[in-house]
Every structure is written in C-alpha cells, then in structure tokens.
Design a protein around this ligand. Structure first.
Ligand SMILES: [Zn+2]
Ligand SMILES: [Zn+2]
Ligand SMILES: [Zn+2]
Length: 117
C-alpha cells in the first residue's frame, strides 16, 4: 500500500503511473522539470527522448504544512529578503509569507544579535 493519497490527473484523467495524454498541462518536462506545455524546451512530443509518467506531487507550505497553498507572486528580491535560505526553494502559503515579513521587518539578513552587549 502506498502511503500517499492520490487522485487522477485533474487535467487529462490518467491514473498515477500512466503517461499523460498529449497536451496535458500537468505533464512535466524531462529536461527542466517545469510544465512541459509552457517551458519551450521541446516543440512537440516526438522530440522527447522519454516522458515522465504522472505521479501527484503534493504541494505543501514549508512552514505550516497547509496543502495546496494558493500560488502568489512575490518579486524575487522580496522573497530572498524575507524567506530564510532553507525555505527559499519550498512553497509557502501567503499567510506564512506575511508572517515572515512581520518577523523580519528589515529582512532576515539584518537581524541583530541582542544578547551580546
Ligand atoms: Zn494529465
Ligand atoms: Zn522544459
Ligand atoms: Zn503556511
């Protein structure tokens, strides 16, 4: 029994372990690991040397563990300023990001050491 919950591809309807139907927007590019439909690495599926079968990858917030955090756009500069490096390549929900901004009003790099007098 596998441990994770899964459901069929919401776009093309295949089951986990199967290849997506051509043109499915959930298919991952074998080269850059981004969305195949939009990354532009390949012009059509005959150029692919292999395809990545569908496995549902759960998207969770790296701080609170909320599932499927809503995507939101943050300028790269701001992301690096408020999000500590261990979390920078994770997903965060908007609330956690706002929380980090409050914890580090000047960015985490400018946190002062209070206990050394
Ligand atoms: Zn699909
Ligand atoms: Zn690509
Ligand atoms: Zn969160």
């Amino acid at each position: 029994m596998k441990k994770w919950k899964s459901w069929d591809c919401h776009d093309c309807g295949v089951k986990e372990g199967e290849l997506h139907r051509i043109g499915c927007d959930m298919e991952i590019c074998p080269k850059c690991h981004k969305q195949l439909m939009t990354c532009g690495c390949f012009h059509n599926e005959s150029e692919l040397s292999f395809r990545i079968p569908y496995i549902l990858i759960l998207n969770i917030c790296g701080l609170c563990g909320e599932q499927w955090p809503e995507l939101f756009a943050v300028p790269k500069k701001e992301w690096k300023k408020y999000v500590i490096p261990v979390l920078q390549d994770k997903n965060l929900c908007r609330e956690c990001f706002e929380q980090l901004k409050q914890i580090f009003p000047n960015g985490w790099k400018n946190v002062k050491n209070n206990y050394r007098q």
